[in-house]
Design a protein around this ligand. Structure first.
Ligand SMILES: C=CC1=C(C)c2cc3[nH]c(cc4nc(cc5[nH]c(cc1n2)c(C)c5CCC(=O)O)C(CCC(=O)O)=C4C)c(C)c3C=C
Ligand SMILES: [Fe+2]
Ligand SMILES: [Fe+2]
Length: 335
């Protein structure tokens, strides 16, 4: 039977896989950084204080002072193809295209900035995806990252008459495939160094201490990843938390404080790994690799190496393929 003229077109059935990362400015310029920070830091999942207290601070102080400082940081790590975080996430999506068979369309989005999560979700739906796996690429669950990415996906669905079925990637902080990929990557990076580190630091993005008390599992997930990675490597790891923001108490010990204190304890040769970041970004390339090194050397350190994240490396992509294939089970078989 021919459908009536106003009947919606029904595209071929597909499955969508949307990789999601935090977000990043469109350019390493104060204006673009201000737009990005305004969106990011207005998210109540990120800043958990009453809006009437936070808004004047954000608009009266932070957005007047921070963009220029952050733009300077972004300028130092910016690539020809854009922000490292967006460029690497794009590479990860490209490397996974076709990995789950011809009926799975792989795309990527940013929670803040572009490509916008809602836009890419609607594009997958328009391409015929009746089932979509949202994959926030955060190994350790955190309300400020994982939950807000999922919130944005559900908010986009709330606007749809004909919704796709949705799955979300659970945290993978203790997944053997993830720990194994980290171990392989860290061992290869260590083998390429021209010095023998006396200590390895595992630096995770920090969070306000209060979020731990409110029940966020992030701190425990970081501890477990570090313990499992340390066991896999057969050597001790010192866990630290970086990127402190604002005046509240954040998780400790702080990466910069530890870096400044190690040489006085006779530790002058170190390697630093950032297992919580699935892609290198301003927080690893500028805060750790550039400023972290400066802090360590100024305190008397002699040898410093910030190891690369898993990124779109062979082991990194193989790990993503494994954990994503499991979440796509019943929807699509890995090719
Ligand atoms: C209160 C502020 C912040 C919280 C909470 C927070 C949590 C959090 N962030 C990441 C991962 C990333 N953060 C990145 C940048 C970044 N983070 C904050 C603040 C908070 N993050 C700011 C202000 C910025 C921007 C950079 C700057 O101005 O210093 C990035 C990199 C983005 C990029 O463009 O490269 C990532 C990735 C996690 C995992 C997390 C909670 C666990
Ligand atoms: Fe952050
Ligand atoms: Fe930072």
């Amino acid at each position: 039977m021919t459908p009536p003229g106003d009947h919606p077109t029904i595209p071929t059935r597909k499955v969508g896989l949307l990789l999601v990362n935090l977000g990043t400015p469109d350019a390493a310029e104060a204006g673009a950084v201000r737009r990005y920070l305004a969106e990011f830091l207005s998210d109540p999942r990120v800043i958990e204080i009453p809006r009437f207290v936070w808004k004047p601070i954000l608009h009266g102080i932070i957005l007047r002072t921070r963009p220029a400082k952050s733009a300077h940081a972004y300028k130092q790590v910016w690539r020809e193809d854009g922000s490292p975080l967006a460029a690497i996430t794009r590479e990860q999506a490209a490397a996974l295209q076709g990995a789950f068979g011809p009926d799975v369309i792989v795309d990527y989005a940013m929670r803040y900035g572009r490509p916008a999560l809602g836009d890419r979700l609607r594009a997958l739906k328009a391409a015929g995806c009746e089932r979509i796996l949202i994959a926030p690429l955060y190994p350790q669950y955190c309300a400020a990252t994982t939950a807000t990415a999922n919130d944005a996906a559900f908010a986009a669905l709330a606007q749809m008459r004909w919704q796709p079925a949705l799955r979300t990637l659970p945290p993978y902080h203790d997944d053997p495939a993830y720990i194994d990929a980290l171990k392989t990557s860290v061992e290869a990076s260590l083998a390429a160094l021209d010095f023998e580190p006396q200590a390895i630091l595992a630096s995770f993005h920090g969070m306000p201490q209060r979020t731990l008390e409110l029940g966020d599992p992030y701190h425990c997930h970081c501890q477990k990843t570090a313990r499992l990675l340390s066991e896999a490597l057969g050597r001790e790891l010192t866990i630290t938390f970086q990127s402190r923001f604002g005046r509240a108490k954040w998780l400790e010990p702080a990466t910069d404080t530890v870096l400044a204190g190690l040489p006085a304890k006779g530790i002058t040769r170190i390697a630093l790994v950032a297992p919580g970041f699935s892609a290198d970004c301003v927080e690893t390339l500028e805060e750790l690799s550039i400023r972290g090194r400066e802090t360590f050397v100024a305190a008397g350190g002699t040898d410093f190496a910030a190891l690369p994240c898993l990124n779109a490396s062979h082991v990194g992509v193989a790990m993503l393929k494994k954990i994503l294939a499991r979440e796509l089970a019943g929807w699509a078989d890995a090719a």
